[in-house]
Design a protein around this ligand. Structure first.
Ligand SMILES: Nc1ncnc2c1ncn2[C@@H]1O[C@H](COP(=O)(O)OP(=O)(O)OP(=O)(O)O)[C@@H](O)[C@H]1O
Length: 394
């Protein structure tokens, strides 16, 4: 599936610029409720928008159920303006992690610092005020069915005590921003999943947050709607400067918009890095299996049943080549064939990009004798390809 280079067609670029330049609702909120928002600034916060230090969360035992260590010593440093993806299987701790960042869960130990404020040390009133700087969107949208699109987006501003006129101006701008100006009076039941999520995004942006948390926000959507919502989030990040943390169980989502990714398993971040780096050189079985689950990554079905581990008597050796950046754009296969005087069969794979970085994963067949001589491996190494032998064909 090619998920790159998707644009969200429903809002003009100028709108984002206007919106970014508009007076901040957070500023209006602070004025509307003097005294609220008294989160203590942490000197130890560091430069990141979101910093987690040795965060643990254990849910205590209940009845016959044992205690659950949902987060085990998580440290993260997510700089301002980044889109950071957390990928993990069901039960890995993703939701607990994201709920800990916005203070819905208090860590058992460790520190959670958002935009310089140590969230886990705030009392309830200060935490409520702090959450205005942290927007959140959900898999099932969490809209109020009795309120129109307009009134759903207006709700956080009503709670913050803004005037009706200020609310109207701001909500209209937000609905324009997410491409829903023509749906302002529609109720959730009258909206598609993608439209509901756009309302969710507008509502999350209402208080002008620095950080947006996305909890499987595209998991209930079809692939095309997913692409348009991710494109909207990418623009919110690029043009409004909002730091985004998203959790997902889909590597396609990570590949589409994230700058960095953390792989979570059993409450621990087991692997982390720039998305292109993790794609090119996954270090853990879990990361490899998430990447392998992307369309085009699997061993072609026509080969899978015929591969043997033993090169003796084999005619062809099957290699999986991972090529990134400039290497992916080189005429590597034809050059190799010419220089080594061998035939190379293209058996499957995918040519794609991660962000702006070209990325290719190719399955090729080379004569087993040439592979055994080491010449093919040396030439591929020299060209910057990552090479794995996945088997031989008789
Ligand atoms: N309130 C709670 N009380 C007790 N255990 C909990 C609670 N919330 C989560 N857990 C447990 O913590 C672990 C992590 O759960 P979490 O919901 O964070 O995982 P997840 O990665 O988001 O899973 P999914 O993708 O299925 O939503 C699980 O074992 C879960 O059962």
């Amino acid at each position: 599936m090619m998920l790159q280079n998707v644009s969200a067609p429903s809002f003009p670029p100028a709108l984002f610029r206007d919106f970014a330049a508009a007076p901040s609702a957070a500023g209006e909120v602070a004025q509307a409720r003097p005294g609220v928002g008294n989160g203590r600034r942490s000197d130890a916060a560091g430069g990141g928008a979101i910093v987690l230090r040795e965060v643990c969360k254990t849910f205590p035992a209940r009845g016959s159920d044992a205690a659950v260590e949902a987060l085990a010593d998580i440290s993260l440093d997510i700089p301002s303006g980044e889109i950071y993806g957390v990928i993990g299987r069901s039960g890995a701790g993703k939701s607990t992690l994201i709920r800990t960042i916005n203070g819905l869960e208090r860590p058992t130990s460790g520190e959670v610092i958002v935009d310089g404020v140590t969230v886990n040390r705030l009392d309830e009133a200060a935490l409520r005020a702090e959450r205005r700087k942290i927007g959140m969107i959900f898999q099932h949208f969490n809209l109020l069915s009795s309120r129109s699109a307009f009134d759903n987006v207006a709700l956080p501003l009503e709670l913050a005590g803004l005037s009706r006129a200020a609310i109207r101006t701001r909500v209209d701008r937000l609905l324009d921003l997410v491409g829903l100006a023509d749906k302002r009076d529609r109720y959730p039941v009258e909206l598609s999943g993608g439209q509901k999520q756009r309302v969710g995004i507008a509502r999350a942006l209402a208080t002008d947050p620095k950080v947006l948390l996305s909890d499987e926000a595209t998991s209930a959507l079809d692939p095309e709607t997913t692409r348009s919502i991710l494109a909207l989030l990418a623009r919110v990040n690029a043009e409004l400067g909002v730091t985004i943390v998203l959790i997902t169980h889909e590597m396609a989502v990570i590949k589409e918009i994230c700058h960095r990714v953390g792989v979570i398993e059993a409450g621990r971040i087991i692997e982390e890095g720039p998305v292109a780096e993790v794609f090119a050189h996954p270090r853990t079985t879990t990361a490899r299996s998430f990447i392998g689950s992307l369309p085009g990554r699997e061993i072609p079905a026509s080969l899978a049943g015929r591969l043997t581990d033993d090169p003796a008597g084999a005619r062809q050796s099957v290699l999986r080549l991972t090529l990134t950046g400039e290497t992916a754009s080189q005429p590597l296969v034809t050059r190799l064939a010419r220089e080594l005087g061998i035939d190379i069969a293209l058996l499957g794979g995918q040519i794609d990009s991660i962000g702006t970085l070209p990325f290719a994963l190719l399955y090729v067949g080379v004569p087993t004798a040439a592979w055994a001589s080491g010449a093919v491996g040396a030439a591929l190494d020299a060209a910057g390809a990552t090479t794995e032998v996945i088997g031989h064909v008789l």
